[in-house]
Design a protein around this ligand. Structure first.
Ligand code: B12
Length: 198
């Protein structure tokens, strides 16, 4: 199955730091790492709507994985109805830092699943099921539209995160820099948050 991994464009209200800091999309490289064995995986980083539509059509994408920051929420919620109108069969998954904290923000009739816990193992299971024509509607760490976005909490241990295949960084390391550090890769050192804020 053809899967597109996507980060939305930097929203207008963000403090624009692209010229100072441009990190590899390590979250997409992690997703690639768990999906590439069974699927053909494409990337679109900070892609505008037009490029996204073009890529879905040109690459015959069956599943779109959107990585969501809180600041992307309005853009994503206005994007998904347009996507479903043009590509009714496209399976849309929302995940990432914001979906992990407030999955409810993405409970839209135009999003098929919101992944909020143990995201890498969950998305792998979902992708494998869909390509086998079994549309899942209950999995730990995921809320499915088909099931009224019922949230099945995570009771298993925190997932073991694989060593990421840094396919984007390796192809184009000069593109990624952190202030004056050139060709700078990122390292994920922790998961979740010990805070208890509401
Ligand atoms: C590096 C960084 C930056 C860099 C680079 C960002 C970039 N995208 O290029 C800079 C400094 C430019 C930046 C800017 C901003 N950032 Co920033 N940034 C970070 C930081 C420190 C690390 C992000 C990272 O690389 N993580 C590593 C990846 C691998 O982890 P991950 O994203 O959690 O992904 C995992 C899972 O979530 C999952 N996953 C991710 N996406 C998806 C999608 C699907 C479908 C699935 C199934 C799974 C999945 O896969 C990974 C597996 O472990 C985090 C804080 C932190 N410690 O996490 C903040 C953080 C992500 N940033 C944040 C914010 C708010 C911003 C800004 C909006 C700030 C602003 N006001 O301008 C901008 C927006 C930039 C943009 N691109 O839109 C917030 C997001 C809050 C939220 N709840 O959404 C964070 C969490 C900090 C915080 N605690 O407030 N940022």
């Amino acid at each position: 199955m053809n899967i597109l991994l996507y980060t939305p464009p930097v929203p207008k209200q963000s403090i624009r730091m692209d010229y100072l800091i441009s990190c590899e999309p390590l979250e997409l490289e992690y997703l690639y790492t768990v999906l590439e064995e069974n699927h053909t995986v494409f990337f679109l980083e900070k892609g505008e709507e037009q490029s996204l539509f073009k890529m879905i059509a040109a690459s015959q994408i069956s599943m779109l994985c959107i990585s969501c920051y809180i600041t992307h929420t309005p853009y994503i919620l206005s994007l998904v109805p347009k996507l479903k109108k043009k590509f009714p069969a496209l399976y849309i998954a929302a995940g990432g830092v914001s979906a992990e904290v407030v999955p409810e923000h993405f409970f839209s009739p135009f999003i098929d699943v919101v992944v909020f816990g143990n995201q890498l193992s969950v998305i792998r299971t979902i992708a494998d099921s869909i390509s086998g024509k079994r549309i899942p509607d209950l999995a730990e760490g995921a809320a499915f539209k088909s099931n009224g976005f019922k949230m099945k909490p995570v009771v298993s241990d925190i997932e073991v995160v694989p060593i990421p295949k840094r396919i984007l960084f390796d192809e184009n390391s000069e593109r990624y820099h952190y202030l004056y550090f050139k060709a700078c890769a990122s390292l994920k050192t922790a998961s979740g948050c010990p805070g208890k804020c509401s």
